[in-house]
Design a protein around this ligand. Structure first.
Ligand SMILES: Nc1ncnc2c1ncn2[C@@H]1O[C@H](COP(=O)(O)OP(=O)(O)OP(=O)(O)O)[C@@H](O)[C@H]1O
Length: 729
């Protein structure tokens, strides 16, 4: 019954909407008929746009293009959907896109597209100081008297009938005050040929002279239906109804800080890097840049991260931010991408994590546990990490390379004999792996690198050092790497090889302080040369409330870290704050059960919407399983972070610290947050214990800085749990 009612209500709304649209269009048609210079077709297009001014949009018509003598801009339209630079064509011949070129009547017409792209660039530049992202400024070529929809580089090509539904579909990007400010700025930059105000709604100006260009024949009165032309009332009505239901797009998807906006527009002659502390908008800038590059170039773009859930979230953001180019940007985790890349080229990949783990277990059992390594650290995991993050992660292929390598982010000092023992373990693992025809993640990256560089990948694919290929493959116009600090050296080499040093080709985004894996690399080792203005640092935190950031900084204050440029940086960093409110709630419970009860009380106090924007993050897989069961028993809805794609879904998000990387939530709950962050035991901790505790603090810091407004920190009085390392992301 409820559904029937709402269907009836919707039909009624649709009828009302349609009546209103027809009225507005008639009024606008009468207004447009007074534009003397315009053709009938142009007047019909103008009438559609004037109808939008009834809804608070601003229209500037026939403006001068600064810096040019004769060139004009047909129309500039500013409204809730963004800024549109319009070129209206009154061509008798139908437009056509052939390959990358515009044609009509058997003639190439590319010069029109080039001119429109150039003037759009001027509009973008004029609005950067207001913080408007270039992505919100769109060039439109509209063909009066035709039905058409196509894309040509950055330009959307639309027929008369497609224009209004297109504009409605843009969502709510600019609030009214911003619409005014943007229109006024455009009016300054693109002056009228004769004094004319930013257009007011057509109805209010009914008695005033039209804003048309000088001269030209007047057109006789046309009937109301003539004003409709090819106007598709039904399509516009449906788009308008959908728009009424849609939530406004997040502010950062349209408005940036002017420093961010200028980075989005910047042209770099080679690889570039954006770094900065947590929450400073690195990903936001990277996404806007990807959208802008996709719009201004023809090739495909690759946007990669290390974690495999983040690409889904980022894809969702880009689809909202810049829907028209979203399909040109491929989002993937590095490993998934490399596996696909190889499979698509007929290279067999046998990636079986469990079997590779078993191969390592066997090697440890036969070689590792009897030697000197357990005296340095008892945990096989420590040595497994050494193999994956240091030896294979760096693409080392001979012992002499390993004997002298600087083991970044590893605290244990290994002498030559120790390294020989590690190498023996590595070789035993490699033998077991090769015997079973298995690949691990590092092998997949190494094979892909070899392939990209032009060589045929070796079947075993252990290392890649020195395997420069011949005909390098360049399937992408640009590659953006987010959370670059978690990649291995081989991973960065691979991504660099995809685009080389091409202008605007490689963009590395990340923050060494947020590294959540052992090991590391330096850019120089990867052969990536980033200098001058191609290394940018963002410093304004937009995400965390002041108290939250202070609490997070306290955790890593003493942990100096080395970033990928090789620079050592103190843990407590200078950050500008937006001065947002935020609260830190600390719960110190007498027992784990008591802590869980407090946690459940806090979660149950949230409304369903609040719960959907909350995350419960854990350091270990065991803890995640525990809370999964606890919440299920308590009837609290849960959405695992693994399946989260960034759009609103009910339930508290549950996952590991590592999986939360790059994400953010209004409320973040961290039970047992302090476990493992200081070395356990009474005696002097070993170097490996210190390293584990430091890594745990780094991961905790990442988890804490996911919180925007509330950070809930739970701990149990007097428990000194052993250090632990989070499960793989
Ligand atoms: N110009 C802006 N205006 C308003 N909010 C912004 C702006 N830039 C970024 N933000 C907000 O700050 C949040 C953090 O941005 P983003 O995720 O890009 O930061 P980051 O530096 O990549 O963070 P981290 O390294 O911690 O993952 C965004 O989700 C957004 O809410």
């Amino acid at each position: 019954m409820a559904a029937g009612n709402s269907a009836a209500r919707r039909a009624q709304q649709a009828r009302r909407q349609e009546r209103l649209l027809r009225e507005q269009l008639r009024a606008a048609g009468a207004e447009a008929r007074r534009w003397e210079a315009a053709s009938e077709g142009e007047r019909r297009v103008a009438a559609q746009l004037l109808a939008f001014t009834e809804r608070g949009w601003r229209l500037l018509v026939d403006r001068r293009w600064p810096g040019t003598r004769a060139a004009n801009v047909d129309m500039l339209l500013v409204g809730q959907g963004g800024v549109f630079v319009l070129d209206v064509k009154n061509w008798r011949a139908a437009p056509e896109v052939r390959g990358d070129a515009l044609w009509a009547g058997g003639q190439p017409r590319d010069e029109h597209a080039r001119k429109l792209a150039r003037v759009t660039g001027v509009a973008e530049g004029a609005l950067v100081a207001l913080g408007l992202s270039p992505v919100a400024v769109r060039p439109l070529m509209v063909f009066a008297g035709h039905r058409f929809a196509a894309r040509l580089g950055p330009i959307d090509l639309l027929g008369e009938a497609e224009l209004a539904p297109y504009l409605w579909r843009q969502g709510k990007r600019l609030p009214p005050a911003r619409v005014r400010a943007v229109a006024e700025r455009l009016a300054e930059v693109f002056p009228a040929y004769r004094p004319a105000a930013v257009s007011e709604p057509a109805r209010r100006r009914a008695a005033a002279p039209g804003p048309g260009g000088p001269g030209g024949p007047a057109v006789g009165s046309a009937g109301a239906d003539e004003a409709l032309g090819l106007f598709d009332v039904a399509a516009v009505r449906d788009a308008a109804l959908a728009d009424a239901l849609a939530a406004p797009i997040e502010r950062w998807m349209t408005f940036l800080h002017s420093d961010q906006a200028s980075l989005v527009r910047r042209d770099w002659a080679g690889p570039a890097r954006i770094s900065g502390p947590a929450g400073t908008g690195k990903t936001v800038v990277a996404l806007h840049r990807a959208a802008r590059l996709a719009r201004s170039t023809n090739g495909r773009l690759l946007y990669v991260t290390f974690a495999n859930n983040l690409p889904r979230v980022q894809r969702t953001f880009l689809r909202t931010l810049a829907p028209s180019v979203a399909d040109r940007v491929e989002f993937s985790s590095l490993h998934a991408w490399a596996g696909e890349y190889l499979r698509a080229r007929g290279v067999a990949v046998n990636l079986r994590g469990d079997a590779a783990e078993a191969a390592f277990g066997k090697a440890w059992f036969e070689v590792g546990r009897h030697g000197r390594l357990p005296e340095i650290d008892r945990s096989p995991q420590y040595w497994r990490d050494e193999i994956h993050h240091v030896i294979k992660g760096r693409g080392l292929t001979g012992f002499e390379q390993y004997a002298t390598v600087r083991r970044l982010r590893r605290r244990t000092a290994l002498r030559r004999a120790d390294r020989e023992a590690v190498w023996e373990l590595y070789e035993a693992y490699e033998r077991r792996r090769a015997e079973r025809g298995l690949h691990d993640f590092n092998d997949v990256l190494a094979m892909a690198l070899e392939r990209v560089r032009g060589g045929a990948p070796a079947a075993g694919a252990a290392g890649t050092a020195g395997t420069a290929g011949t005909a390098g493959e360049r399937p992408y116009r640009a590659v953006v790497v987010d959370e670059v600090q978690d990649l291995t050296l081989v991973g960065v080499r691979l991504l660099h090889a995809l685009v080389g040093d091409a202008p605007n080709g490689l963009l590395l985004v990340g923050d060494g302080q947020q590294a959540v894996y052992p090991g590391g690399f330096r850019l120089a080792e990867a052969g990536v040369d980033i200098r001058g203005d191609r290394a940018q640092v963002l410093r304004r935190n937009y995400r965390n409330g002041h108290e939250i950031l202070r609490a997070a900084m306290a955790v890593v204050a003493d942990d100096t870290f080395e970033d990928i440029d090789g620079e050592r940086t103190p843990g407590r960093r200078e950050v500008d704050l937006e001065y947002r409110d935020g609260a830190v709630v600390r719960v110190v419970a007498p027992s784990p059960g008591e802590q869980d009860r407090e946690l459940l009380d806090a979660l149950r106090a949230l409304t369903p919407d609040e719960l959907a924007d909350a995350a419960l993050l854990c350091a270990s897989k065991r803890a995640i399983d525990h809370y999964q069961r606890l919440l299920a028993r308590a009837g609290v809805p849960v959405c695992p972070l693994e399946g989260y794609a960034g759009s609103a879904v009910p339930g508290v998000k549950l996952g590991s610290y590592r999986r939360a990387k790059g994400l953010e939530f209004k409320r973040v709950f961290l039970p047992h947050h302090d476990e493992g962050t200081v070395p356990a035991g009474d005696g002097e901790p070993s170097d490996a214990d210190r390293e584990r505790a430091e890594l745990a603090r780094g991961q905790l810091f990442v988890a804490m800085t996911r919180a925007r407004d509330l950070l809930w920190l739970g701990s149990v009085k007097g428990t000194a749990a052993p250090p632990r390392v989070a499960p793989p992301g």
